[in-house]
Write a new protein. Structure first.
Length: 307
């Protein structure tokens, strides 16, 4: 069995200006590291199918989707907020990014692929049910998780979010849904500046201060998240895989390195193997330093694939 690597050319077309850190070059940096590391030859590469409106509307409001379509510019940019902009190709890219998660779910459920990584953009975990923010338009991991539950009848879905920013959109969409367990650590106080307190029963949030050592972050994850994950016995695992907690990434002030991402991934994969097997879907979120992003994805993918 091979691990799927899913992407789409449209993900290169969305851009928000030369100044913007969430750029098409992020995907090029990942691809370059996959080639130079030799890992590319172990992956089954696939072009994503675009999501449909039906897929999107499982987690987003119809009025919000219509608003995005009306805001799409014919040329130039439309500013949703100071750092979230649309260009004429944004929705094409967003539908492709969300669709990659659907292909990944089908791959690990129906084709028995050994996990899947979706190298896509725009990212998604800040997108709320009716709001775009934080570079995100559709909540890709939420779209994929909702599809897994609707298409395959799954009732125990795990989402592990290790981006430096809290996945507020994913939390809002699934808060109180007993079929979903979301576990995450994130720098706080930091964008988006909030998380639900007290947390819903199906959410495990670990806010950590800037400059917290990576060993402390991983220890907190092991003690607070792993018992919940093991008791939950997920049928499928999703990673909201943001790599901006890397010490070389100036977007945040945490200090993870490639080995930390590998350890975290392997820890979750091993714990979930009895119930989820290789039903593992990872979706790219943040990561804005090109070199550390590419290296970290390689480390994460190796742990995901058991290489």
């Amino acid at each position: 069995m091979e691990t799927l690597y899913i992407t789409h050319p449209a993900c290169h077309l969305h851009e928000m200006g030369r100044w913007h850190p969430e750029s098409p070059e992020r995907l090029d940096a990942i691809n370059d590291q996959l080639l130079s590391s030799g890992l590319a030859s172990y992956l089954l590469q696939r072009k994503a199918r675009p999501a449909t409106d039906e897929d999107i509307l499982r987690v987003h409001d119809a009025a919000y989707l219509q608003q995005l379509k009306q805001q799409l510019p014919r040329q130039g940019y439309f500013n949703i907020d100071a750092d979230t902009l649309m260009n004429p190709h944004t929705l094409e890219a967003a539908y492709a990014a969300a669709g990659a998660g659907l292909d990944a779910v089908d791959g690990v459920m129906g084709e028995k692929a050994a996990g899947a990584f979706c190298s896509v953009r725009p990212p998604g975990h800040h997108a709320e049910r009716n709001r775009a923010m934080g570079f995100c338009f559709f909540n890709n991991v939420a779209v994929a998780a909702a599809y897994a539950m609707a298409r395959y009848g799954l009732t125990r879905v795990l989402i592990v979010d290790f981006d430096v920013h809290h996945g507020n959109g994913t939390e809002q969409i699934f808060a109180g849904d007993e079929r979903v367990l979301m576990c995450s650590f994130f720098q706080y106080p930091f964008f988006p500046g909030s998380y639900q307190v007290p947390p819903p029963q199906n959410m495990v949030n670990i806010p950590v201060e800037a400059y917290t050592k990576s060993a402390q972050v991983l220890d907190a994850f092991k003690h607070e998240c792993m018992p919940r994950i093991e008791a939950f016995r997920p049928e499928i695992v999703f990673f909201s895989a943001g790599f901006d907690a890397h010490r070389e990434d100036e977007m945040g002030q945490l200090s993870l390195v490639e080995a930390d991402y590998a350890e975290l991934t392997a820890l979750v994969v091993k714990a979930c193997a009895p119930s989820a097997g290789q039903r593992l879907v990872s979706m790219l979120e943040g990561g804005y330093d090109a070199s550390s992003l590419g290296r970290s994805v390689v480390a994460h993918l190796k742990a995901l694939a058991g290489l």
